[in-house]
Design a binder for this molecule. Structure first.
Ligand code: HEC
Length: 322
């Protein structure tokens, strides 16, 4: 944990590493200690929560009550420390990332419900504490279903926390250094000038559709958007665009190109578009075509790749295409 916490903290806020660029300035980032102070007692709470149903069922009958009591007291010691650590950690998260919380907790569409989600999480924490209090101090036997509750709730809470932590860092993979689309912040000016296709390591060997500009747009989509979007699967573009522009009316290429230009302002969890203007318009052509063309876009795994030396040529011809 002392290692992974350092890496996770670094990704959220590299702190003085931005200027010092040394191993230790990166490892001992501003989130390192708060996160360690949260995750250490969290691991203890998890051990107690998962241990509770185990001892309630498996401890020798004559010692079972004593074992349950001991595990519940363990939970009561670590849970408050875990909450304290959580408070310190939450306070240390960079402000601009905390703004992602409503979307991170649920989805864009359900962001309005995010307060509810926090309330539900608080109720879950309360329920764990109530079970621990019952097990630690009540003389009545703990029902097995109740003893299982902390384990189920803890696994759900931790799972959801990890999802939120991963999302909240967007648009970055490493705050201020590397965007979640795999592009370094400092490389943006070059990609804007030359186009992203001129610098990708490979091109996906997509079957041609007869419209070269659209096909290059598909390549741009794969290079710039597919870390987070598919066409038809998770976070699928067809569904998102249908929600924005309607399923029937034709999708206006110019409007889409304009949207892509301001992507990062409208939805700050997305990185700015990393390519040239020509590429942005090609991408818009591809996205607009999704309304009428039902074929899903294959990834590199299925379509295969072309060596990268084709890519600059593709980018160079882009501006000459109709
Ligand atoms: C870092 C991940 C990430 C990248 C990279 C990314 N997006 Fe998104 N995008 C998201 C998420 C998350 C959503 C919100 C989905 C939801 O919860 O409904 C979204 C939503 C959208 C929407 C719908 C916006 C709305 O207002 O409803 C569009 C359109 C979109 N993305 C286009 C793009 C395009 C085009 C690219 C590539 C140039 C791109 N995105 C790159 C993560 C990303």
């Amino acid at each position: 944990m002392t290692l992974i916490v350092s890496i996770l903290g670094f990704m959220m806020d590299p702190g003085s590493w931005h200027t010092k660029r040394t191993l230790f300035s990166g490892m001992l980032n501003p989130l390192y200690l708060p996160q360690l102070a949260f995750r250490t007692p969290l691991a203890m709470v998890l051990a107690g929560a998962l241990g509770l149903p185990a001892v309630a069922r498996l401890a020798p009958p004559e010692r079972r009550a004593e074992a349950v009591r001991a595990v519940c007291r363990w939970l009561l010691v670590w849970a408050p420390l875990c909450l304290l650590g959580a408070w310190w950690y939450a306070r240390s998260v960079p402000v601009e990332m905390a703004k992602n919380l409503p979307v991170a907790l649920l989805t864009q569409g359900l962001a309005a419900w995010s307060r509810r989600a926090l309330e539900v999480a608080a109720i879950a924490v309360g329920a764990i504490l109530v079970v621990a209090l019952w097990g630690a101090f009540s003389r009545r036997r703990l029902w097995l279903a109740v003893g299982l509750a902390p384990a189920v709730l803890c696994v759900w809470l931790v799972g959801h926390f990890e999802r939120v932590r991963e999302f909240i860092r967007k648009p970055y993979a490493i705050n201020g250094y590397l965007f979640a689309n795999g592009v370094r912040k400092d490389d943006y000016p070059i990609l804007r000038r030359d186009g992203i296709l001129a610098h990708t390591a490979y091109e996906v060997a997509l079957p041609p559709s007869g419209d070269d500009r659209r096909d290059l747009g598909a390549e741009v989509f794969l290079a710039a958007c597919s870390r987070c979007h598919t066409t038809d699967g998770i976070n699928g573009m067809r569904g998102l665009l249908a929600a924005m522009y309607g399923e029937r009316a034709p999708w206006d290429e110019t409007a889409i190109a304009a949207y892509v230009q301001g992507l990062h302002n409208v939805r700050p969890y997305m990185p700015a578009f990393p390519g040239s203007d020509d590429e942005r318009h090609a991408l818009a052509r591809f996205l607009a075509s999704l309304r009428t063309d039902p074929t899903p876009l294959p990834g590199a795994q299925t379509a295969g790749i072309r060596p990268s030396h084709h890519a600059p040529r593709a980018a160079a011809t882009l501006s000459a295409l109709p």
